[in-house]
Structures are given as structure tokens and as C-alpha cells.
Design a protein around this ligand. Structure first.
Ligand SMILES: [Zn+2]
Ligand SMILES: [Zn+2]
Length: 267
């Protein structure tokens, strides 16, 4: 059983439940540790990001919860960056997830209409994919980032309508080359089940083709739910493990308070 989830949201951003409720749900699900991650403030994006004023309150709240849950479940304080956010440091955060929610100024995952508008604006799905993965590659130079969030987020709506031809050579070239640069920079790739609990997809990010390539180049993974409510705290974890194993992985990375260590999948 997967023992940790480092990616979930709370009332401090676009989550539905308090950090305490998310931690309780993680404890009840049998996790040994959990990180609540905050959508880093971005000017004009208060609908889904934490406000500048509330960031300090989040940090205080998490410190208090770390003390209160001591001896029950280990609690970490995480941050999910977007490329458009101002940079932060570790500490005060325990770790930082780097994500790309926009390409060429368009939201990648907000609505299907936005996702289609991005492709229309850029001219073709392959060109939109190239632009998205090029932006994502920039995260390689952010030393404070440990984890790459939902690597192929732009395929969020592909099960409803195949917006991207993920088997095309152009798509693969763009995705593989971003993956190689990010992996060489030491970034860990999360297998992210968030779109399953929210009803958009039946499989996690990244796609198995991408995970197989990651395994081949010696990349590392962790498993995260990106839960936005208590019900999703470990949603799809068994499926994520099954897919990871089928792609060759025998272990996933766990944050121990200092760094990341490999934990073998149980036989
Ligand atoms: Zn995200
Ligand atoms: Zn997230």
C-alpha cells in the first residue's frame, strides 16, 4: 500500500475541506504521512490560488497541525507552484511541486472550452503540446522544486474528446524531451490521480507511454492524489501502483522530512 500523499488542497485554495480534515482523512486511510500543498498566490487568480494575505495563515496553521498530529501521522507543508507565481523557498515549505497550468496565456485544464481555445489560438494540437512542454521544461532550472506536477495535464479532457493525438511523433518528441530535461535535473514525476476523483478521467497522469519512457531513462516517481476534498485523499492509488509496476517501476519516492528516499512496492 502506498504510504504517503504529498499533493492535496484545502480551503486555503480551491479545496473543499480544511487542512485538518484532509490530514484526518489521510490518517483514516492508513497513510503514514501527508503533505497539504497550497496553490501559490498568483495575482488575479484568487478563485483557485491562495491569496497573498492568507499564505502566512496557511503556514501558521500547518505548523500548528504538525504539532497536533505528532505521533499519529507525519504532516508536511507543501506548495504547488505555477510558472506564473512568484518564487518561494524551502523552508518555510517542506517541499515544492512545480506545475504548469497555462500555455501561451491560456489555462490548460480549467475548462474543456479553454483547452480547445488554446489549440485554436496556437494553430494545432501538436504545436500547443510543443508550447506546453517547452514551458514545463523551464521548471528544470528551479532548484527549489522537487516534484513535477501532473506532467501531461493538457490531456485532461482527452477521454471526453481526443484533443491531442498522444501517439503522434510530434507530441511524443515534445513530451519525451521535456521529461528528459526535467529528469536529468533530478525532478521527481508524480503519478497524479486527481482527475479520476473529479470525474474527468479514468486513468492518472502521466500516460503509460510516458511513464515507460521515464522508467527507461532512469526517472523517479512518487504517487499523489491532488485531492480537492477528503473523499479523494487516496483515490486511485492502487491503480497508480499497478500502472507504475506495469511500466517497470519497482519503487516510488517518499519524502522523509529531509529529502526523498525510495520505497519498494510491496510484493
Ligand atoms: Zn495543479
Ligand atoms: Zn494540485
Amino acid at each position: 500500500m502506498i504510504c504517503q500523499n504529498l499533493h492535496c488542497h484545502s480551503l486555503f485554495d480551491d479545496g473543499a475541506d480544511s487542512p485538518e480534515a484532509m490530514i484526518l482523512a489521510a490518517e483514516q486511510a492508513g497513510l503514514r504521512s501527508v503533505g497539504v500543498s497550497l496553490h501559490c498566490p498568483i495575482p488575479g487568480e484568487d478563485a483557485w490560488c491562495c491569496s497573498e494575505e492568507d499564505e502566512a495563515v496557511f503556514l501558521e496553521t500547518m505548523q500548528d497541525l504538525q504539532r497536533r498530529f505528532c505521533g499519529r501521522i507525519e504532516v508536511f507543508c507543501g506548495l504547488e507552484y505555477d510558472l506564473r507565481a512568484e518564487r518561494r523557498t524551502v523552508p518555510p515549505y517542506d517541499y515544492i511541486i512545480g506545475s504548469c497550468h497555462f500555455a501561451c496565456g491560456f489555462p490548460v485544464d480549467n475548462t474543456q472550452a479553454d483547452a480547445e481555445a488554446l489549440i485554436a489560438q496556437i494553430g494545432s494540437p501538436d504545436r500547443a503540446a510543443a508550447a506546453y512542454y517547452e514551458q514545463l521544461t523551464a521548471l528544470a532550472s528551479f532548484d527549489e522544486i522537487s516534484i513535477v506536477g501532473h506532467f501531461d495535464l493538457l490531456t485532461k479532457y482527452n477521454e471526453r474528446k481526443p484533443l491531442y493525438d498522444v501517439s503522434s511523433a510530434a507530441y511524443r518528441d515534445a513530451a519525451f524531451s521535456a521529461m528528459e530535461v526535467l529528469s536529468r535535473a533530478g525532478k521527481i514525476f508524480e503519478i497524479n490521480t486527481g482527475a479520476i476523483s473529479r470525474g474527468y478521467r479514468t486513468s492518472p497522469y502521466p500516460a503509460p507511454e510516458l511513464l515507460r519512457h521515464l522508467y527507461k531513462i532512469g526517472g523517479r516517481i512518487c504517487i499523489c492524489s491532488d485531492a480537492h476534498s477528503t473523499a479523494g485523499i487516496v483515490c486511485g492509488f492502487d491503480l497508480a501502483e499497478t500502472i507504475a509496476r506495469s511500466c517497470g517501476f519497482t519503487a516510488y519516492q517518499v519524502f522523509d522530512g529531509h529529502g526523498f528516499v525510495p520505497v519498494s512496492f510491496q510484493r
